[in-house]
Design a protein around this ligand. Structure first.
Ligand SMILES: Cc1ncc(COP(=O)(O)O)c(C=O)c1O
Length: 413
């Protein structure tokens, strides 16, 4: 009997101690994720599809003298066909890369260096492009090319007339992104491709943010080269692809084995390719339904914010825009305080101030020019796993933070 009591007391003391120490460990809350344009989680359906290719199906897709290699090769080619299908291309027009950065580099450096000997020495792009386009352009400038960066209008979209004026017989390439990574604005790529071709110029588009989110069709849009990325569409990181229309000549930027049509040497990472293929298939199948769902969520978020802050600034065109994107600027809010205090919502921050030395994003600067007053800019990007409840909670957290900050400013004034 005594032993039984002693056991009870011991259990009680142990539970008390566990409870005491557990209370001292900070509880880890998971913030609501609204940064789907930075990256997306791998969809469990994609992961399941990839797993066997890390273990049982580990063959080298280029060693096709045995069944390990032929099965890996088949999986790689199936993935290529899925990606091609997603943009209405032929599978032989798809090259696997490590992501959109590499695809952009290969497209821009590869085409321009190949065309230099034909006297083509100018490249046209846009001020709001991603660094993975702007940096290779800077490199080509060092190699003697002239780079023309078109401005954008207040809504983030280029003026077609500006492109018309910039094109000449010397233009080697026009490279303009389909959808912007910060403000989600969609450029009129069909018109851009048509104009480029009329002046005998090739057209490349960085579709890292557009692929899987809006319908892409390289045949209808007459795109010559297109870059895409796996981790923006619920696929793995470290894989992407470049579409190269049949017949277009590129200089490789890496040298080694003859893989990927001698344009991208190295053993192709089959698990990642298979993941990109599956992610592509799912996003195409679910595109219409998902677009409608995202639009409802985004508009709900926008309405909640606009009701509280009618003077907030919406960056970029609201119609020609990715369904899950919002970019908003507020005046008189400290971005550092936002970053430190908005702990339960994961969004992307970009501070927009009057001076570029204070870290203004080149995209916000391009659309607002000299008119910018000190503001904080947030990018909210909604995705596949965002629920209505997430939107309501995140909006309410953000609203209460901004109201508190504005209150502080009013107290000071
Ligand atoms: C528009 C755009 N282009 C290119 C990239 C680079 O993609 P990756 O991470 O696949 O290299 C990104 C990624 O943020 C992007 O948003």
């Amino acid at each position: 009997m005594k032993k039984k009591y002693a056991a009870y007391i011991l259990t009680f003391v142990i539970l008390l101690l566990v409870g005491f120490f557990a209370a001292r460990v900070p509880s880890s809350t998971v913030p609501i994720y609204l940064d789907y344009q930075a990256t997306t989680p791998v969809d469990p359906r994609v992961l399941n599809h990839m797993l066997p290719y890390f273990t049982k199906e580990f063959g080298n897709p280029h060693s096709t003298t045995h069944v390990y290699g032929t099965r890996a090769h088949k999986a790689m080619e199936n993935a290529r066909a899925e990606i091609a299908c997603g943009i209405n291309a032929d599978p032989q027009e798809i090259i696997f890369t490590s992501g959109a950065t590499e695809a952009n580099n290969l497209a821009i450096l590869g085409v321009c260096r190949a065309l230099k000997k034909l006297g083509k020495s100018e490249i046209i792009s846009v001020v709001t492009e991603h660094e993975s386009v702007l940096q290779p352009l800077r490199q080509l400038e060092k190699e003697g090319f002239t780079i023309i960066l078109l401005p954008v209008q207040k809504n983030g979209i280029i003026k077609i007339d500006d492109l018309k004026k910039a094109l000449s017989s010397k233009t080697a390439l026009v490279s303009i992104m389909t959808a912007n990574n910060e403000i989600g604005v969609i450029q009129p790529i069909r018109k851009i491709a048509k104009l480029s071709h009329e002046s005998g110029t090739l057209f490349h588009t960085d579709a890292a943010q557009a692929f899987g989110k809006i319908k892409m069709d390289v045949k209808k849009d007459k795109v010559d080269l297109l870059s895409l990325s796996g981790h923006k569409i619920y696929g793995p990181k470290g894989i992407g692809a470049l579409f190269i229309r049949k017949g277009i000549k590129l200089m490789p930027i890496n040298y080694g084995g003859g893989q990927e049509m001698r344009l991208r040497p190295g053993t192709v990472p089959v698990p990642l390719c298979v993941g990109l293929g599956k992610a592509s298939e799912i996003s195409q199948k679910e595109l219409l339904v998902e677009t409608k769902r995202l639009l409802v969520l985004r508009d709900a978020f926008l309405k909640l914010l606009q009701t509280s802050f009618p003077d907030m600034i919406i960056n970029g065109d609201l119609e020609q825009r990715l369904p899950g994107n919002l970019s908003i600027s507020f005046r008189n809010i400290d971005s550092l305080s936002l970053q430190e205090n908005l702990k339960n919502v994961a969004i992307s921050l970009g501070s927009a101030c009057t001076s570029s030395s204070t870290g203004i994003s080149h995209v916000i600067q391009a659309i607002h020019g000299k008119e910018i007053t000190p503001t904080v800019t947030i990018r909210v990007s909604i995705g596949r796993f965002t629920s209505k409840k997430d939107i309501e909670t995140a909006a309410s957290e953000l609203i209460s933070f901004i109201k508190t900050e504005k209150g502080k400013k009013n107290d000071v004034q």
